[in-house]
Design a protein around this ligand. Structure first.
Ligand code: ZN
Length: 640
């Protein structure tokens, strides 16, 4: 995923530790059943599943999408792999209404199952325990989702780009799959799936699976996902969408009003795919398509296999923001193919992906371009460390998230500290050796999970031991298991950004904006972003105006530029940008842009009033995840 950086805790941290759960569960089991204590097994602190007892290997979903009631209604049939003597299977559920549970040895001879709810927790949801008979291989669950299920966003037509049909999208990462499917929601448990999805006439459904390319007259769509995935990669989107092919195995889905722009924007997708495959081996998922979602999608992108979910804010009409797609494509190896065993190992998903993304962009746009991206990573990392503190335990790559929401670990540490650790290894052993190592790593661990400790052991035996002094030069333990940023971080300032800073210094010394046109005419959006970011904090409204008259930042259609420019406008009191900022905030729901703008406004009393005025109108357009963050920031009361 991209954009989860620097978010606050989304929900209250759980008050009890998971060991307490196990103890309680054991006691309850013992007192209610007079059976022996269950095995103590907490491999994944964010799932009730006990895979050594029984685990899901295949899911058959049959769901009806009810836009009026804003829920999904249907059945999930789970095929399981179990030990012979196991007496139950434990599933994760949250905000689900379970109507019936059947079991069978073959998927046909079904009988009513005994089931009960076990532990119940604000973050993890409810444990569903189904009793197994000696021959049970299938569990058939009829259920529906509750309104407000965390993974689901039902959008009315007004919140789409086309404004004619409703839209549904899911976001299962990190532990939200359990709010729309009763499943073992742990990154360590993989299963294949088939699905039948019934949607209102005129809409198309797509999933993280083999997808349709045309609308069906009946509104019924069938899906097959032949590669095993963990539950957090289950995904569904429904709306008035169209498909366009971009190549033999790439394509794009979007609302009709957006589709042509999307086709242009993702024109480099095939090139990216070729680069990625050349670097780290064959793409393992069949097709790679991207769906451009309505503007209220709170993230940049989500790497749902076969079908990346992307924010429309990357459509800048000049292909300048497509590194996000390189990131999501890279996840087809790091994350989707070799998956973090638990959310404590999240840096294995994201650090590798930022590294891989950088390599794709280097190949596509050149080393100086990649160096700009690396500097942005470095600055994000510094900001994060400054915010949470150099000695804070959450600055470790090997983070400890037991008893907490896994979203707490989705910070710049996993992404950017992870990236710099891998970059340091590359620079120490040489790119050739490192690339060989990574290719082998992805091949040998394809469709498996990886823990931090196992990766470190693998790194040592497969790479570092063959290079004298590498371990000592890199300081692996300090990078992985200690807080803060080690001194040997391989950061080199970008020369293109230095040229940008030269322009800013010239401007401060009296250079007129119109005389900067020649020097800046070939700048990428990253250079423009850097330019706005390094403008002095003390910039006056009149100075903002003189820059705006020449460079027209206020009317930019590049969402990244809009965000930093409007933030600067709020801080300097540059009012001519306010109306465009308001329109931006009404339309866009990507939290990466919302937070800095609302935060900038809350720095003054007057600004806070403006923020509340905008939010009163805009709030209904935002995703619950974004609402949670901004409600907290503005101390929002529903009636205020
Ligand atoms: Zn990511």
């Amino acid at each position: 995923m991209i954009d989860e950086k620097s978010i606050q805790t989304l929900m209250e941290t759980c008050r009890y530790c998971s060991w307490m759960y196990v103890l309680l569960a054991a006691l309850m089991w013992f007192s209610c059943n007079n059976e022996p204590e269950p095995k103590v097994e907490v491999a994944d602190p964010h799932s009730y599943a006990m895979p050594s007892e029984a685990k899901v290997t295949h899911l058959d979903l049959d769901l009806n999408v009810d836009f009026n009631a804003e829920k999904l209604i249907g059945t999930a049939i789970l095929k399981i792999d179990r030990s012979k003597d196991s007496k139950q299977i434990r599933l994760d559920t949250k905000q689900l209404i379970i109507e019936s549970v059947l079991i069978s040895p073959d998927g046909v001879k079904e009988k009513v199952a005994k089931y009960r709810f076990g532990q119940d927790d604000k973050i993890l949801g409810k444990e569903l325990i189904v009793e197994l008979e000696p021959q049970t291989q299938y569990i058939h669950i009829s259920y529906q989702t509750e309104p407000g299920a965390e993974a689901l966003q039902f959008l009315p037509p007004a919140l789409t780009d086309n404004k004619t049909s409703p839209f549904l999208l899911t976001q299962s990462q990190a532990i939200n799959a359990r709010t729309w499917v009763p499943i073992q929601d742990s990154p360590g448990i993989r299963f294949t799936y088939n699905a039948t999805i019934k949607v209102p006439e005129g809409l198309m459904a797509v999933m993280s699976a083999k997808n349709p390319t045309h609308k069906s007259n009946s509104g019924v769509y069938s899906f097959e996902m032949p590669q095993p995935i963990p539950a957090y990669l289950l995904a569904l989107a429904v709306g008035d969408i169209e498909f366009r092919s971009l190549g033999e195995k790439t394509g794009v889905y979007a609302e009709p009003s957006m589709i042509e722009k999307a086709v242009y924007e993702f024109g480099d997708l095939n090139k990216m795919m070729n680069i990625a495959e050349k670097l780290y081996g064959e793409y393992q998922w069949g097709r790679y398509d991207v769906i451009v979602l309505p503007p209220s999608f709170p993230f940049g992108g989500m790497e749902n296999p076969r079908l990346t979910f992307a924010t429309p804010t990357i459509i800048a009409e000049d292909r300048s923001l497509v590194s996000l797609i390189a990131h999501e494509l890279a996840h087809s190896w790091s994350g989707n193919l070799v998956t973090n065993a638990t959310w404590n190992d999240f840096w294995l998903n994201e650090g590798f992906t930022v590294y891989f993304e950088n390599r794709i962009m280097e190949e596509l746009e050149g080393p100086e371009y990649a160096s700009m991206l690396a500097q942005i990573s470095y600055e994000d990392l510094e900001d994060e460390i400054e915010e949470i503190g150099f000695d804070h335990l959450d600055t470790k790559l090997a983070i400890e998230l037991t008893d907490r929401n896994p979203d707490d670990g989705m910070t710049s540490i996993a992404y950017d500290k992870g990236f710099y650790f891998l970059k340091l290894i590359e620079e120490t052993v040489g790119r050739k050796s490192f690339d060989q190592f990574l290719k082998k790593y992805f091949t040998e661990h394809a469709f498996k999970t990886m823990t931090t400790d196992d990766f470190v052991a693998y790194l040592r035996t497969e790479l570092l031991e063959n290079h004298d002094d590498a371990e000592e030069m890199i300081q692996v333990n300090a990078w992985v298991y200690d807080t803060g940023i080690p001194d040997n971080i391989p950061f080199n300032p970008s020369t293109r950004f230095q040229a940008v800073e030269d322009q800013v210094h010239g401007w401060i010394a009296g250079l007129k904006p119109k005389d900067m046109k020649e020097e800046t005419k070939n700048w990428s959006s990253h250079e423009w972003l850097h330019f706005i970011r390094v403008l002095p904090d003390s910039i006056s409204s009149a100075q903002m105006d003189s820059l705006d008259k020449v460079f027209d930042f206020t009317n930019s259609t590049n969402s990244e530029v809009q965000c930093v420019w409007y933030t600067k406008a709020v801080k300097s009191g540059y009012e001519p940008a306010y109306e465009n900022m308001k329109q931006f905030l009404y339309k866009v729901g990507r939290r990466k842009f919302l937070m800095p703008l609302y935060e900038a406004m809350t720095e003054t009393e007057e600004g806070t009033e403006m923020a509340k005025e905008i939010y009163r109108v805009a709030r209904q357009n935002y995703h619950p995840i974004a609402i949670l963050s901004i409600d907290k920031l503005l101390k929002w009361e529903p009636e205020s």
